[in-house]
Ligand binder design. Structure first.
Ligand code: ADP
Ligand code: MG
Length: 389
């Protein structure tokens, strides 16, 4: 990514100084360590922020105009705060407009702004560049206008921006971790209560390695809706069977599933089994981290992958291949697909001494077999949204 002083130079060449408050801010992408397809079942997720960000430079204006320049698309969009329209062209502008719209709905009166932004989070790879863009926008506007918005409130308004303005039905995980993430900590989120807890996750010997399959997530929307419908079907079934309150699959234990699932149908049973076992795995993974037991943590990651592959059926041949190749390498404690599935990335826990071999071997075999060009990113839990010096 370009240096901050170069970015300020680009800013100053594009926009005359208004003399009003200005600043530079960043918000990160994320990788989900474990807890996949549990969020809409009111369960648990354990993501961490990664050290890839969107950086935004902005200055307030006297009027109500917003001028925003995307360096990565080399496009400038101009709009009025009084007239926020969804655009198909320059789609990225919708994320900023959505955040502004939500702030205005909260009765904040905003002045116009000049903005430039750029990022190094791979787009559309399941590392949530969209949430980073929303969060950095909210953080920038809140800081420059001295709005008193608590971190959770900010994450939720960014989620609403993506739901309402952009029209993507996402959960709270991405915006939470982009806003609340801390260096050296993973973030356990309870998607029922929206409560969260930071869990220390750092180890001198191991590193998180993300492998990008470069498979575009194709089927995701229709398959996602089907999975949600199957989970709802299972909830209705268990609500009629069990004598305690079942509001989501979160409320069903694995023993209840095994005992009572006869009338559920084989497919729906497997879907439910993924969600229930995955929730358990997240809690066991957190316990393992607290004991600095990365071996158990890694095993749980790998089990999560098999469950997503076999029971939930949201993997794809390329993700399965990446995991299979990863598990053959030395120094690997665990590997799994991450994100909604059908493409995107895997996340791996690899001993530092073997990382070069790991990347070399996995990439070589993967590229050869698929004709794709795998990319990898090394990271540890990074900081959430912040002001840059
Ligand atoms: P992801 O999994 O990365 O969140 P999405 O499809 O949800 O994928 O969001 C990607 C969209 O976010 C892009 O199409 C673009 O509109 C916007 N975006 C992300 N990063 C940038 C960037 N660096 N510059 C401009 N827009 C970006
Ligand atoms: Mg996204």
């Amino acid at each position: 990514m370009r240096e901050l002083k170069d970015l300020w130079q680009i800013f100053e060449e594009r926009f005359p100084d208004t003399g009003l408050r200005k600043g530079a801010f960043a918000a990160p992408g994320r990788v989900n360590l474990i807890g996949e397809h549990t969020d809409y079942n009111e369960g648990f997720v354990l993501p961490m922020a990664i050290d890839k960000d969107i950086i935004m430079l902005a200055q307030l204006r006297e009027d109500q105009e917003v001028r925003v320049y995307s360096l990565d698309y080399n496009r400038e969009v101009i709009f009025s705060l009084l007239d926020l329209e969804f655009e198909k062209e320059d789609f990225w502008a919708n994320y900023l407009k959505g955040v502004i719209d939500e702030l205005q709905k909260m009765d904040y009166y905003l002045p116009g702004m000049n903005i430039i932004f750029t990022g190094n989070i791979p787009i559309g790879s399941g590392l949530s560049s969209s949430a980073a863009l929303e969060v950095v926008t909210a953080y920038t506007i809140a800081t420059l206008n001295e709005l008193d918005i608590q971190p959770v409130e900010m994450a939720l308004l960014c989620q609403r921006a993506e739901n309402n303005f952009v029209g993507v039905n996402c959960g709270i995980m991405d915006q939470y971790v982009s806003r609340l993430g801390k260096k050296g900590q993973a973030l356990l989120i309870d998607c029922r209560s929206n409560e969260y807890e930071l869990v220390p996750f750092a180890n001198e010997d191991y590193q998180v390695v993300i492998c990008n399959s470069k498979v575009e997530r194709g089927l995701v929307d229709s398959e996602y809706n089907q999975r949600r419908a199957e989970c709802e079907k299972a909830v209705r079934y268990f609500a009629g069977k069990l004598d305690h309150r079942i509001l989501a699959l979160r409320d069903v234990t694995i023993e209840e599933l095994e005992k009572e699932a006869a009338g559920l149908g084989e497919l729906t049973k497997r879907r439910a089994r993924h969600v229930i076992t995955e929730n358990n795995r997240v809690l066991m993974a957190v316990a393992a981290l607290r004991n600095n037991d990365l071996e158990t943590f890694g095993q749980l990651m790998t089990e999560s992958h098999y469950s997503l592959r076999d029971d939930y059926e949201v993997s794809c041949p390329e993700l399965d291949l990446l995991v299979e190749l990863a598990l053959k390498q030395k120094g690997v404690l665990g590997a799994r697909m991450t994100g909604a599935g059908f493409g995107g990335c895997t996340v791996n826990l690899v001993h530092k001494d073997y990382i070069n071999d790991f990347i070399f071997n996995v990439k070589k075999a993967y590229d050869q077999e698929t004709g794709k060009d795998m990319e990898s990113y090394l990271t540890w839990p990074a900081a959430g949204a912040r002001k840059l010096a």
